[in-house]
Design a protein around this ligand. Structure first.
Ligand code: SAM
Length: 248
C-alpha cells in the first residue's frame, strides 16, 4: 500500500513528530486523527508511522516498522543563479530526480541583482526541496547550500567526477564522460565506479573563458549535452536525468 510520506521535524528511537506548517496542514486539511497511517522519514530512515496523538500544532507518531529507503543519487549540482522562478522549478525537479546537494553559485554572468538577492532566497529554496522530497517519496531532503562565489565552489569539491556542462564542447558527451570516469562498460580499468558526481551548470549568459580555465585547472572536465543550446534549467535537468539513467 502506498502511504503518504512526511519528513519528521523531530524524532527518537520509537516516535516522531511534525510541527509548524506541516502539522497544521495534516491537522486542518487532512483532518488528522489518532490511528491514521503514514510513512515517516526520521533522519536517514523511513518508518511506517501511526498517529499517536495531536496536541495544538504538533502531530506525534509511533514508529512501528522500518520501511526500505532509497539513497539519493550521488550527485551535487553547482547551479549558477538565474531567474528565480526558473531556479525554483529546477530545484523542485532536481529533487524529484534524486539530487543529493545543490550549491547555488554566483558566476561572472549571473545577473547582478539576482546574485545580490540569492542569499535571501535560500530558505525558500530549502522549503521547495523539502516539499518536493516529500511529494516524490524520497527518504531524504537534498541539502541546499548557501550561495557561493564560483571560485570557491569550483575549488572545494574534492575527489569526484567533476563535469562542467559547456555548450561549446563538441567532443566529449556527458554520457561518454560518465562511462569513462566510472567504468560503466565491461572490462574498463583505471577508473573508480564509486566516485560521486559533480555537475556545474552556467547562467543564462554562459561561462566566461576565465571561468572555464579555472574549472579546468581544478580538474573539471567540459562535457556536452548535444549540439543545441539549452536553457540553463533544461541543461540541469537533462544532465541529472542522464546521470540517473546511467547510475540507477
Ligand atoms: N552562452 C550561451 C549563450 O548565451 O549563447 C548559453 C548559455 S546556456 C543558456 C546556460 C548553461 O546551460 C551553459 O552555461 C551550460 O552550462 C548549459 N548548457 C546549455 N546547452 C548546453 C549543451 N548543449 N551542452 C552542455 N551544456 C549546455
Amino acid at each position: 500500500m502506498t502511504r503518504r510520506r512526511w519528513i519528521a521535524d523531530t524524532w527518537d528511537e520509537a516516535t516522531a513528530s511534525l510541527t509548524g506548517e506541516q502539522a497544521s496542514h495534516l491537522i486542518r486539511v487532512l483532518r488528522a486523527q489518532a490511528g491514521m497511517e503514514f510513512d515517516i522519514v526520521a533522519g536517514d530512515r523511513v518508518w511506517h508511522g501511526i498517529i499517536a496523538g495531536i496536541t495544538g500544532d504538533q502531530v506525534r507518531f509511533n514508529l512501528v516498522a522500518e520501511v526500505e529507503s532509497d539513497p539519493a543519487l550521488p550527485v551535487t549540482l553547482l547551479l549558477s543563479v538565474f531567474k528565480f522562478d526558473r531556479m525554483e522549478w529546477t530545484i523542485e525537479k532536481a529533487t524529484e530526480l534524486g539530487v543529493e546537494r545543490i550549491v547555488p553559485v554566483i558566476a561572472r554572468r549571473t545577473e547582478k541583482h539576482l546574485g545580490q538577492s540569492a542569499a535571501g532566497r535560500v530558505e525558500r529554496w530549502r522549503k521547495i526541496a523539502h516539499q518536493a522530497a516529500q511529494q516524490s517519496r524520497r527518504s531524504d531532503v537534498p541539502v541546499i547550500e548557501d550561495p557561493l562565489p564560483l571560485k570557491t565552489a569550483a575549488k572545494r569539491e574534492g575527489e569526484a567526477v567533476k563535469l562542467l556542462l559547456a555548450e561549446q564542447e563538441r567532443t566529449t558527451t556527458l554520457r561518454r564522460a560518465l562511462v569513462e570516469s566510472l567504468c560503466l562498460e565491461e572490462g574498463m580499468t583505471g577508473c573508480d565506479e564509486l566516485l560521486p558526481v559533480r555537475l556545474a551548470v552556467g547562467p543564462e549568459g554562459g561561462w566566461t573563458a576565465e571561468e572555464e580555465a579555472l574549472f579546468d585547472s581544478e580538474g573539471w572536465k567540459a562535457v556536452s549535452l548535444g549540439p543545441r543550446i539549452l536553457r540553463a534549467e533544461t541543461a540541469a535537468i537533462t544532465a541529472l536525468a542522464v546521470v540517473a539513467a546511467m547510475l540507477e
